[in-house]
Design a protein around this ligand. Structure first.
Ligand code: C2E
Ligand code: CA
Ligand code: CA
Ligand code: CA
Length: 278
């Protein structure tokens, strides 16, 4: 027993060491990822459910490392937050989206909006609003073409959060609450904060056909959005039946694998630029 215990311990500590090494390796690589041009944005279509038309996209970050391979944002975004790298990475995302919108417009394509995820830390960073403003001017974006997705955690009752949101709004951009309903927060911020959109979290959509409670929550969020005059979008829609239910409940927009996975910029240009009438 004693021996086994010891070897067990050794196994664990080896594993932990490997874990730390792995993390450090990724951290070092992440520092270089921007300059080495390893980050790329994918775009997931957002569909207007009344017209059936794709009128926007969510920008989702991808990291393709030459040796480590594909690394999920679920893995490297938290690491970027811990190490402060979320600052430069977040700015890279904003810059890239703005310049792509400008490129697409030159090619004759102007989506209603692109949604950009903002991490809570990034949201607190001084200079964020100025940076966004600068990129909007350089790329001659129309107001409303950018939508920023923030989680309830980022906008915990604070004066600073309200100030930043108001400054963002004054640029003409839109604000969406991502993963709505999962943040354990009170709803009172919806009264005071300049929110445009509620984004129904995919965990509610996932089992909506099986679980009456998920269905009740979705119904309530849609009603809440309508009563407050907010837009509402459901994410994680994978099946026709989920879509039908959301339409029945007057959900305004949806995104998910049922319509399309996130796609690279070349695919956006290929598929959506063709739809433009001359
Ligand atoms: P999120 O903002 O909640 O994004 C939705 C995630 O669900 C994305 O995962 C998307 O690819 C995935 N998804 C979309 N449709 C479906 C579907 O029908 N079924 C399922 N099962 N999943 C679907 P992804 O791209 O791996 O991103 C994960 C998270 O990483 C995002 O969650 C977001 O929190 C974060 N993230 C991604 N890009 C950025 C970024 O540029 N900045 C920041 N701060 N965070 C980002
Ligand atoms: Ca999001
Ligand atoms: Ca989400
Ligand atoms: Ca999420």
């Amino acid at each position: 027993v004693k021996n086994r215990g010891r070897s067990h311990f050794r196994f664990y500590s080896e594993k932990m060491k490997r874990g730390t090494k792995h993390t450090m390796k990724i951290e070092t690589a992440l520092r270089k990822a921007i300059v080495k041009d390893e980050l790329v944005l994918y775009y997931q279509p957002q569909v207007d459910l009344k017209s059936g038309v794709v009128d926007g996209f969510e920008a989702l970050l991808r990291w393709q490392h030459p040796h480590l391979g594909f690394i999920s944002p679920l893995e490297f975004i938290p690491l970027a937050e811990e190490t402060g790298l979320i600052g430069p990475i977040g700015e890279w995302v904003i810059k890239k989206v703005c310049s792509s919108l400008c490129d697409w417009k030159r090619l004759g394509y102007k989506p209603a909006s692109i949604a950009i995820n903002l991490s809570p830390l990034q949201f607190q960073q001084a200079g964020l609003v100025e940076f966004i403003k600068k990129q909007m001017i350089i790329n001659k974006l129309s107001p409303g073409q950018l939508e920023f997705e923030i989680t309830e955690g980022a906008i915990q009752d604070s004066r600073e959060a309200l100030t930043t949101l108001n400054q963002l709004k004054s640029l003409g951009v839109k604000i969406a609450v991502d993963d709505f309903g999962t943040g354990f927060s009170s709803l009172s911020y919806l009264k005071r904060y300049p929110i445009d959109t509620l984004k129904i979290d995919q965990s509610f959509v996932k089992d909506v056909l099986l679980d009456e409670k998920d269905e009740a929550i979705i119904t309530t969020i849609i009603h809440l959005a309508h009563s407050l005059g907010l837009n509402v979008i459901a994410e994680g829609v994978e099946q026709l039946e989920q879509l039908e239910l959301l339409k029945l409940k007057q959900c305004q927009k949806a995104q998910g694998y049922y319509f399309s996975r996130p796609i690279p910029e070349e695919a956006v240009i290929k598929h959506y630029l063709q739809d433009i009438p001359n």
